[in-house]
Design a protein around this ligand. Sequence first.
Ligand code: ADP
Ligand code: MG
Length: 238
Amino acid sequence: MGSITLQNVSKSFGEAAVIPSIDLQINDGEFVVFVGPSGCGKSTLLRLIAGLEDVSGGRILIDGVDATAKPPSQRGLAMVFQSYALYPHMSVRSNIGFPLKMAGMDKAEIDRKVADAARILNLTDYLDRKPRQLSGGQRQRVAIGRAIVRSPECFLFDEPLSNLDAALRVNMRLEISQLHQQLNATSIYVTHDQVEAMTMADKIVVLNRGRIEQVGSPLELYHKPANLFVAGFIGSPK
Ligand code: ADP
Ligand code: MG
């Protein structure tokens, strides 16, 4: 379970129609990458799906059920941001367990779920550290840990690796792909980096000025770009 359907979804901020109208089907278990230049509306689209912004028009279905009016907490999604957004004064254990504490879960159960997440992410030895005592990659893992403790059906990643150096980025790409498979999740991953898109995606959605230029597998986009924009964007290094 974890399909997402966008029907005629639009978003305006005041007079500016940032997303004029988008239709998109994301299937259960897919790793979908939204790619496109800075300012094209990738984060806005992800925030609409997460429920962090209200749509101006259209509908969002999750597992076939209209979720357009549901608050973020009831959508079964977990978002991982570009900035780690960890609490600096809290231990790794408390950072990962925070969403569960907010949800009122009892301490023993929180400890168990945090331990499970830490095992999956190789953070077991770091649970008592503070974020500043961790490397960049470890911090990003803690942020992912905070998303997976809630056992979401779908992960939403907004440029999660853009603050990391190149070598670490390559490792974390692999880790995120493996995690996606291990958890049987559906993932939507936003990036402006076409290498990330080409190496991680089952399906790439190329966005430009709030519109979809093309949807396809990495190979389809590479061999049969729909237009010059897609060809230029997929073909040229950044
Ligand atoms: P991307 O993530 O692809 O870089 P964004 O979704 O952040 O793009 O932004 C798309 C456009 O929407 C940009 O022109 C941005 O300035 C505008 N925008 C995003 N959020 C807001 C907001 N809260 N108020 C007004 N304009 C916004
Ligand atoms: Mg963005």
